[in-house]
Design a protein around this ligand. Structure first.
Ligand SMILES: Cc1cc2nc3c(=O)[nH]c(=O)nc-3n(C[C@H](O)[C@H](O)[C@H](O)COP(=O)(O)OP(=O)(O)OC[C@H]3O[C@@H](n4cnc5c(N)ncnc54)[C@H](O)[C@@H]3O)c2cc1C
Length: 387
C-alpha cells in the first residue's frame, strides 16, 4: 500500500537493495579511490548489472521500465552510503531521458542499452566558459556540410568525460528559414577526431572529475543529431527536470550520510559528563538539518512524481524548489556534522570535511541557487525578470 505521501513497497525495496549494495563499498573505499586518482568502475558496473543504473529507461532498450523517481532513489541511496555518483545525474537521467523521449528508434537502439549495462556512459555538455549561466550566449556551433555536421566550440566543467564513451553536446545550428541560431543536441563519441579534453583541478574529493572540452571541427554523421532539429529546446528541457531531481537526490543522500555519522559520533563522544549529543547546541543543528532534509526529500519525490506523470510544467517548479532545498539542507547538515566532530571534523580519518565542497557544489550546479530564486520569483510569484 502506498499513499500520496509514501513510496510504493517496490521503491522502498529498491532503496533497501541499493543501500545494501553500496554499504559493501562505503565512504572509506570511495575516498581512497578519489585520493589515489582511481575510478569507481566496480560499483558502477555492479549497479548496472543489478539493473539499477537504467532503472528509468524503457525495458525494450535494456532498462527497468521505471521512472525518474526510481533512478533518483538509487542516486540518493548511493550518496547516503557515502558513494555519491555524479555520473548518475548525467548518463541515465539527462541523456537517458532525452534519448528515450526524443531519439529515433535507431538512436535508442544504439545508445540506451550501453548506458543501462554500464558499457557506454554518456556525459552532458552545455556550460561554456564565456556564457556560464547565460546559455543564450553559448557559441558552440553546428554547421551542415553535405550529409555531415561539423561542430566547433568549447565547454567547461563537464563531468566524467574521461569515463564516457559519448557526450551529449548542446550546439547551435543555423535555422535554414530564419538564419537564427537554435540549440540542437548531438551525440559526440569521445574518441572523435578534433575532440579534446583536459581535467580541471577541483577541490572535490571524488573519483569523478570535471573537464574543459575543446571541440575543433568535429565531424559527425547526420544521425548524431538527436531527434528533431527544430525541437532542440523542448528536448533539452526534457532533460533538465530529471537533472534537478537527481542533483537534489545526490544532496539529500549526502546530508543523510553526514547526519548519520554525526549522530553516531555525538552519542559516543563524551567531553564533560554526558555525550556531546545531550547538549542542545550540538543536537539542535543536527535536528534542524534533518528536518530541512526530510522536507527536501518530500519535494524531490513530488517533482519526480510530476515528471513521471508527464506534467513537465508543474515539474519544473517542483524540481527547481527540490534542488534548492536539498542543496541548502546538505550544506547545513555537513556543516553541523563537521562541528559535531570538533577537530576530528577536519581530519581525513573521519572524512567529514571532504563532504564540504561536494555539498557546496550543490548550490552551484547544475543550476545555481540564484537562478532558482530568479525562477521562483518570476514564475511562482509573478515578479519582474531581474536580468
Ligand atoms: C562539480 C560540477 C560539475 C558540473 N558538471 C557539469 C556537466 O557535467 N555539464 C555541464 O554542462 N556543466 C557542468 N557544470 C557547470 C555548472 O552547471 C555551472 O557551473 C553552473 O551552471 C554555473 O555556471 P558558472 O560556473 O559559469 O557560473 P556563472 O554563470 O559565472 O555565475 C557566477 C555566479 O553569479 C551568479 N549569477 C549569474 N547570473 C545571475 C543573475 N542573473 N542573477 C543572480 N545571480 C546570477 C550565479 O548564480 C553564480 O553564483 C558543473 C559544475 C560543477 C561545479
Amino acid at each position: 500500500m502506498s499513499s500520496t505521501f509514501t513510496e510504493s513497497e517496490e521503491r522502498i525495496e529498491l532503496r533497501r537493495q541499493v543501500a545494501k549494495l553500496a554499504k559493501g563499498y562505503g565512504r572509506e573505499w570511495f575516498v581512497e579511490r578519489a585520493r589515489a586518482g582511481e575510478k569507481t568502475t566496480e560499483l558502477w558496473m555492479e549497479i548496472a548489472k543489478a539493473g539499477y543504473l537504467g532503472v528509468n529507461v524503457p525495458e525494450e532498450y535494456g532498462g527497468g521500465g521505471g521512472g525518474i523517481g526510481d533512478v533518483a532513489a538509487v542516486c540518493e541511496e548511493l550518496a547516503a552510503q557515502g558513494c555519491p555518483l555524479l555520473m548518475m545525474v548525467v548518463s541515465p537521467a539527462i541523456c537517458g531521458t532525452v534519448i528515450a523521449r526524443y531519439g529515433t528508434e535507431a538512436q535508442k537502439q544504439e545508445w540506451l542499452p550501453g548506458s543501462c549495462d554500464g558499457t557506454a556512459t554518456m556525459a552532458f555538455a552545455i556550460t561554456e566558459p564565456d556564457a556560464g549561466t547565460n546559455s543564450h550566449n553559448s557559441t558552440t556551433t553546428a554547421r551542415r556540410d553535405g550529409d555531415e555536421w561539423v561542430l566547433k566550440g568549447q565547454k567547461i566543467y563537464i563531468s566524467g568525460v574521461d569515463e564516457a564513451t559519448h557526450v551529449l553536446v548542446v550546439a547551435r545550428a543555423e535555422d535554414a528559414r530564419t538564419g537564427k541560431l537554435k540549440p540542437c543536441l548531438f551525440v559526440v563519441p569521445t574518441d572523435s577526431a578534433g575532440f579534446e579534453f583536459t581535467a580541471i583541478p577541483m577541490e572535490i574529493v571524488s573519483p569523478e572529475k570535471q573537464f574543459q572540452v575543446f571541440i575543433d571541427d568535429v565531424r559527425l554523421p547526420a544521425t548524431a543529431l538527436v531527434g528533431d532539429e527544430d525541437g532542440g529546446l523542448v528536448q533539452l528541457f526534457a532533460g533538465l527536470n530529471p537533472e534537478r531531481i537527481m542533483a537534489a537526490s545526490f544532496s539529500t543522500g549526502l546530508a543523510r550520510h553526514a547526519l548519520e555519522k554525526a549522530s553516531a559520533y555525538a552519542q559516543e563522544r563524551t567531553v564533560f559528563k554526558a555525550p556531546i549529543g545531550s547538549h542542545q547546541a550540538i543536537a539542535h543543528p543536527l535536528a534542524m538539518a534533518h528536518i530541512e532534509n526530510e522536507l527536501a526529500r518530500l519535494m524531490t519525490q513530488k517533482a519526480a512524481a510530476l515528471v513521471d506523470a508527464g506534467d513537465d510544467m508543474a515539474a519544473g517548479e517542483a524540481a527547481n524548489m527540490a534542488k534548492y532545498a536539498a542543496a541548502e539542507a546538505a550544506v547545513h547538515a555537513v556543516d553541523a556534522a563537521v562541528q559535531t566532530h570538533g577537530g576530528n571534523g577536519i581530519t581525513q580519518e573521519y572524512g567529514m570535511a571532504g563532504l564540504l565542497v561536494a555539498a557546496r557544489a550543490g548550490r552551484i550546479a547544475p543550476v545555481s541557487r540564484e537562478m532558482i530564486l530568479n525562477f521562483v520569483a518570476m514564475h511562482s510569484l509573478g515578479l519582474p525578470k531581474s536580468y
